[in-house]
Design a protein around this ligand. Sequence first.
Ligand code: ADP
Length: 477
Amino acid sequence: MTTPLHCRTFIDNEFRTGTETFDRRNPATGDVVAIADRADAQTVDAAVSAARRAFGGWGTTSVFERGALLRELARTALDRLEDLATSMTLEMGKPLGEARGEVRKFAQAMRFYAEEAERIGGETIPNESTDYLSVVRKEPVGPVAAITPWNYPVELVGWKLGGALGAGCTMVVKPSEYTPGAAHILAECIRDAGFPPGVVNVVHGGGEVGALLAGHPRIAKIAFTGSNATGQELFRTVSGVTQLTMELGGSCPMLVSRHADLDLAAAGAVRRSFRNAGQICIAINRIYVEREVVGDFTDRVAELTRALTVDDGLANPDADVGPVTMEEIRDRTAAHVADARERGGRVVAGGEPHPAGGLFLQPTVVVDAPHEARIMTEETFGPAVGITPVDSLDEAVEHANAVPGGLAAYLFTEDLGETMGVSAALDFGNVAVNNVDAGIINAPYGGRRESGFGSEHGRAGLEGYLQLKHVRIRHTH
Ligand code: ADP
């Protein structure tokens, strides 16, 4: 058993010890792996004040200096790759190999935003009189807050951090109460990279601490990733005219044409349904397959699913699936499978308790659940997926668009006409065709409808932290 990591408040580049703590237990073993200081209102206020003070200097620093520090943060994070990855595996269960990949992607995001910051430009606009010139400057919005979930504890902080710091904003991070360790180690990486005091601050705690931060009048913008229910609550808590971006997940569909490469489609379905135990906002929840290929496709998916290794991801870093992170997910996954069965769905892989018990679940595939079944309409956020035949791709699009969220959709077809037509008809912020990796760092990533608003990744992920200023200059020739 490892010694629990003490996760402390990080303000002005210093760690402070609080009075009240909370524990985090390893979902694979039940052992306490982290003890974190819970921030109170005074601590949140101190963190915001530090970010506010630091903004004066940081907001006007040269973009090249900001870029250099972001590159340095990529380096200090890679130096701590094993510590960061181990902390994620211990706190939320993803296999170590996957966790290591997440740290590499964090470093990639820091390098991307270091470069992107150097390209912050502006505009000049002619006036009616040649004695005037309008200059449009892009300036940072101010101190911002990041409120993040536990499923990607390092990357989801990283996207916000890279865009915000690159733009010249300072930040207070409130990581998930399920993964304080990764954020604590990231704070050490920030300190070691040499950022000025107050540029990044970290406060720990649950929703009550998130609400204190969101309601703080001196925060200029909140970048939130989390559940729809919390997003709605946050919307009501946010103080005054604070800006807000929200990535709220959703029930993501996959559409399989009779013209698909079925091996490719089946491999994609299994990867994106069960990676991170299905606990991904862009996980495939429901698969619509043209009737004439549904049998072949399902056989392949069932076989690949049965071959997945479910294990403790620390003992077996190459496991495909670790435990789910919390009981709520285990119970909801079981409820969705039970509901599908009751409505006539057939389980073709998994569906039984895993021999390891606890939070280990068998990845489960259900076919022929009706369209109204919970597995076909709600976000399971666990290792279960539904497959249902459709008579045409038009029908598949109709079902795909019928749920309230619109984050990511997947299409498999070798037909160009279908690729163009279906990708245009899907009302989702991200559409991946013949692949299941909808998010890449240099392209915008965001949801539609109940999946939220605003983009992360890409140039848009930096622009969201900038505001325009029109400077109209009268001059003589
Ligand atoms: P998930 O289950 O995806 O982690 P949550 O929405 O429960 O999603 O949590 C996402 C983040 O929002 C976490 O850091 C959590 O502590 C925080 N949070 C939860 N409730 C609130 C709230 N009312 N106001 C602000 N932040 C909150």
